[in-house]
Design a protein around this ligand. Structure first.
Ligand code: ME8
Length: 519
């Protein structure tokens, strides 16, 4: 039976439409999901929206609508974005769903039963934009002297009766976790940051609010709703049917990967493990905090007027182009920048001129010079063998890098294999061999055909629709497009025996022009 692999994105605040950072995270997680499926795992991929809390309540109040109406309208934009970007989620979870309230209350009761919850009074700083409590020592001063959170957002002094979670009790265990199991939190820089924060001492965490009611009700405590991060983190369990569906919990929990942005590592690597320990549940295997995507080096914001709608971006440049660009351009884990020029340059150089052109010219020569006929009986020369090995090496490297979430390194290795193929075409010059040595020309074209197929399968998690369009043209069955198929050396002889004939090829990666306003 296939091994299960459960991965999640963060769940987004639907207080506005999705931005490019949301698209980036969803795409990266989707590439991982498709990659693991291609490796033969039984994948479950969850995303969704985080609908409670003050931030949602305040935004709805500003708009004069209920928080539920705001969440209903905006979460649909997140679903539409995922569908537009070919994000192959299995579960889209909304935290306003009844089952989620039930799961969050069950987690709460387990933490209470462990003796980790107590009632007291909270007095301290809170940032609504971050939905986070901060210590005085973490704050900085803004230009006008006002206090700001470490994320640069305004904080307000908050005093209210609140339930507390005994977070302080878990400090040593957390530090031991980071030490003993460094892969729990990657990249290393984020782990170091979080470890320093925990070493500085942990205070108990305020986990309920009484000043508003848009949240999950605290069981048995009228007037209290849960702090939004308590219910938000529980989403990863809700989707598995916690607490009732013990079979799904047993199959999928602990999660293999929580893919999240660097600004919310503290919640996932400090609060979440402590909640899970308290509730007697296992910890996720890995939390990965990716970097931020910037627009020409700047954070997008309404005041700068540089907010990009990812759906428009995909419509303009193509879904697969955008997916490839984002993972290839930015070293995953670090911050990165995008601009129309960078997208067009990358797409043209690598997808259109290198891989697209390789596929197009190889297939067109087979179509024109061999009447589309494939041959299984060509003599293999050392150069053909060397190319096959180079491509194989590139694909193995891609897998190793993708497994470590080093997407740009994986794609670079893939691209090197594409370059090796193009160099081989130039050196072998099959157009010359056509007159001088037709048998050798056929051998060269068959080598290229096989390499194109292998490269298309390898890159398919990143550019699924384009890879499929190419694989359709080369007769590769829909259920033979995974890494197991790559390892099956009989595929080519089988394809030839099936009588498959190459038709006039249709280009898969168009050359892009910069839109006039950006040129
Ligand atoms: O944080 N580049 O929601 P959110 C890359 N609801 N990633 C970015 C980004 C950018 N410019 N801006 C945001 C929340 N992100 C909580 C999560 S999980 C139980 C609750 C990432 O809508 C961000 O780091 O503010 C997070 O992983 C995700 O987008 C959702 O952000």
């Amino acid at each position: 039976m296939a091994e299960p692999y459960y991965l999640t994105t963060a769940i987004s605040y639907p207080n506005g439409k999705p931005h490019i950072g949301h698209a980036y995270e969803a795409i990266a997680a989707d590439v991982m999901a498709r990659f693991k499926r291609a490796q033969g795992f039984d994948v479950r991929f969850q995303t969704g929206t985080d609908e409670h809390g003050l931030k949602m309540a305040q935004k709805a109040r500003d708009l004069g609508i209920t928080p539920k109406a705001l969440a209903d309208e905006m979460s649909q934009h997140f679903i539409d974005m995922c569908n537009c970007l070919a994000v192959s989620y299995d579960v889209f979870l909304r935290t306003s769903e009844d089952r989620h309230h039930k799961a969050s209350q069950a987690l709460w009761q387990r933490m209470e039963a462990s003796g980790d919850l107590y009632l007291d009074r909270y007095e301290g700083w809170y940032s609504v934009r971050d939905e986070a409590y901060y210590d005085e020592s973490e704050l900085t001063a803004g230009e006008g002297g006002e206090k700001l959170s470490p994320q640069g957002t305004p904080v307000e002094w908050t005093v209210e009766e609140s339930w507390f979670f005994r977070l302080s009790k878990y400090a040593d265990r957390l530090l031991a976790l980071y030490d003993d199991n460094p892969a729990f939190l990657l990249p290393d820089s984020r782990r170091n940051e979080v470890a320093r924060f925990v070493e500085g001492g942990l205070r108990d965490l305020s986990v309920s609010r009484t000043s508003f009611d848009w949240g999950v009700k605290v069981p048995g405590s009228d007037g209290h709703v849960m702090y939004v991060w308590v219910d938000a983190l529980t989403n990863y369990l809700t989707g598995l049917g916690f607490p009732d569906d013990t079979a799904d919990m047993a199959k999928w929990w602990p999660a293999d990967l929580h893919l999240i942005g660097k600004d919310i590592v503290r919640f996932h690597a400090v609060y979440w493990p402590a909640f899970l320990w308290s509730a007697g549940l296992e910890l996720p295997r890995q939390v990965f905090g990716h970097g931020f995507l910037l627009n020409r080096g700047l954070k997008e914001s309404k005041s700068l007027g540089n907010v990009t709608d990812p759906v428009e971006l995909a419509e303009r440049y193509g879904v697969d182009t955008l997916r490839y660009f984002l993972l290839r351009e930015v070293a995953f884990g670090q911050d990165g920048s995008y601009s129309p020029e960078a997208i067009v340059t990358r797409a043209n150089a690598e997808l259109a001129n290198s891989f697209g052109n390789l596929a197009q010219r190889s297939l067109s020569m087979i179509f024109k010079n061999l009447d589309g006929q494939l041959r299984a009986d060509c003599e293999v020369a050392p150069a053909d063998q060397a190319l096959a090995e180079a491509v194989q090496g590139g694909i193995t490297a891609l897998q190793t890098h993708f497994d470590a979430l080093a997407f740009s390194d994986g794609l670079e290795a893939w691209m090197k294999a594409v370059f090796a193929c193009n160099q081989y075409v130039d050196e072998q010059a099959p157009w010359t061999l056509r007159k001088t040595d037709p048998a050798r020309m056929a051998a060269v074209l068959m080598t290229l055909f096989r390499c194109v197929r292998d490269l298309a399968i390898a890159v398919r998690p990143v550019v699924p629709a384009s890879a499929d369009k190419l694989l359709d043209q080369i007769g590769v069955a829909a259920d033979r497009r995974d890494f197991a198929a790559l390892a099956n050396s009989a595929w080519f002889a089988d394809l030839v025996a099936s009588g498959f004939v190459v038709s006039q090829p249709v280009g898969v990666f168009p050359r892009l022009e910069l839109p006039a306003e950006d040129a």
